[in-house]
Ligand binder design. Structure first.
Ligand code: EPZ
Length: 416
């Protein structure tokens, strides 16, 4: 499963750029199923999750070419068929083919998706919305099947602003009859990027980034060349890497408004920040101040930055709290941080972090993608050597993170 050996203690210095957003490219790849015309997406990050989604689209009959960050998808010859367990369990976002397949082909059958083990990840909001649009839903023996004549307009209220449910329902409504309204939607920047892509292929979607999205169904879709937004979670991870090593780093290709909540917490923690149009300079100054964080749907503090911030606050000069409001099992990595000398107590949804003046290297186990990132950051700051095991998790969501940090002066070796 791969390991990273990190000799800690180096202050990161220099400039690092951010790749295309993982959580934008995955729904947009699924959205290519809505058209028979070729679509080109760039800059596509070299991530394991992208390769799994590519495998899924090719299984369905799409042609996918990926070269040097440019991906061309042609879904002319797609034949909807049952997508098996072994494909679906490799990626939670594989469930995003449901909406497009139903919208264009009126039939879909997928095994329940897999993905990071950060909590039960039901699809009830996806399925309730599709049923409201007239789909007949079957949900048994680990498979979801759905069929319809043509999806009908509906006025859907999401119980929770689920990112995936918002994306699936937006895509389902593109070729449906009439106008579909989706209320209490997720407002993440990746939803706005998906809306821009959909409108570029001829859909009529409005409201992404706000509380309600309206989709006027169309009969025709075309092709497009689409540039992805940068990955705000990768950007946030780099901001923390500079802060935790008390270094000085310029993180490029950032859209500052996408990372406002992260910048606010880092400022509160006493981290030096200079914000430019498409870059942020971070200067770590001694131990961070303790802060309290609650993860919330966008524009609140992102759950995908929770482990990275806990690693930073483990070294704060006081006691912090981090409350995880999105996923119920996203503190599993805390036991690993404790091996490095962190003093953290988890009570239900809240972690209480008593800052220590140093962490010590240890052998630690990554339990999911962002936990792996948090452990790498802790290793960068820790004394001696840290070995992070199961770095396959890391490669699902970060493009060559070890190489990027070594270019800033870190000492990370990749072990088999
Ligand atoms: C997306 O996952 C992201 N993944 C996640 O990023 C991110 O953590 C999450 O949104 C929240 O921001 C992608 O975009 C590919 P949700 P998603 O549906 O869509 C509950 C990463 O590290 N829920 O917003 O699966 C669910 O259980 C990954 O990059 C239902 O109850 O998240 C969870 O508690 C991890 N019923 C909450 O909503 C449903 O039908 C948020 O889930 C759907 C969701």
């Amino acid at each position: 499963m791969g390991k990273l050996k990190i000799v800690g203690g180096d202050r990161l210095q220099g400039e690092v750029s951010v790749s295309g957003a993982k959580n934008a490219v995955l729904p947009i790849m699924a959205a290519c199923l809505l058209t028979s015309e070729p679509c080109t997406i760039y800059p596509v990050p070299a991530l394991q999750d992208v390769l799994v989604m590519r495998d899924l689209l090719e299984f369905l009959g799409a042609r996918v070419e990926l070269c040097a960050g440019q991906m061309r998808i042609e879904a002319r010859d797609v034949v909807p068929q049952e997508v098996s367990q072994d494909l679906m369990r490799r990626l939670r976002a594989s469930n995003l083919v449901l909406g497009p397949l139903l919208s264009r082909f009126h039939w879909a059958r997928i095994a329940y998706p897999g993905g990071c083990d950060i909590g039960s990840r039901p699809m009830d909001l996806h399925l309730k919305g599709l049923a409201a649009m007239g789909a007949e839903i079957g949900d048994s023996h680990g498979f979801i099947s759905a069929q319809c004549a043509r999806l009908q307009p509906a006025d859907i209220q999401l119980d929770f602003p689920s990112v995936g449910a918002t994306e699936n329902l937006m895509m389902a409504a593109v070729l449906a009859e009439g106008t579909t309204i989706i209320r209490n939607v997720a407002k993440e920047p990746e939803i706005v990027d998906l809306q821009n892509f959909l409108n570029s292929i001829g859909a009529r979607v409005r409201g992404a980034g706000l509380d309600t999205i309206r989709v006027d169904g169309v009969n025709q879709t075309g092709g497009v060349v689409h540039q992805l937004i940068p990955d705000r979670i990768e950007a946030g991870t780099h901001l923390v890497a500079a802060a935790i090593t008390q270094g000085e780093v310029v993180v490029r290709d950032i859209i500052p408004e996408h990372v406002e909540a992260m910048l606010a917490k880092l400022r509160e923690a006493g981290i030096g920040l200079e914000v430019y149009a498409d870059a942020v300079r971070v200067t770590g100054r001694g131990r961070p101040r303790p802060v309290d964080i609650k993860t919330l749907p966008y524009p609140g503090f992102p759950t995908d930055m929770q482990p990275q911030m806990v690693s930073l606050l483990a070294l704060a000069d006081g006691t912090s709290t981090v409350t995880e409001n999105i996923f119920e099992k996203r503190f599993k990595y805390v036991d690993e941080l404790r091996r490095m000398g962190a003093e953290i107590k988890v009570e239900g949804r809240m972690a209480v972090i008593i800052g220590v003046d140093h962490l010590s290297g240890a052998v630690v186990q990554a339990t999911d993608l962002r936990a792996a990132a948090g452990l790498v950051l802790a290793g960068l700051a820790a004394e001696n050597t840290t070995v992070v095991e199961d770095t396959a998790h890391l490669d699902r969501g970060y493009e060559r993170l070890d190489a990027k940090y070594n270019s800033l002066g870190a000492n990370i070796a990749r072990l088999p």
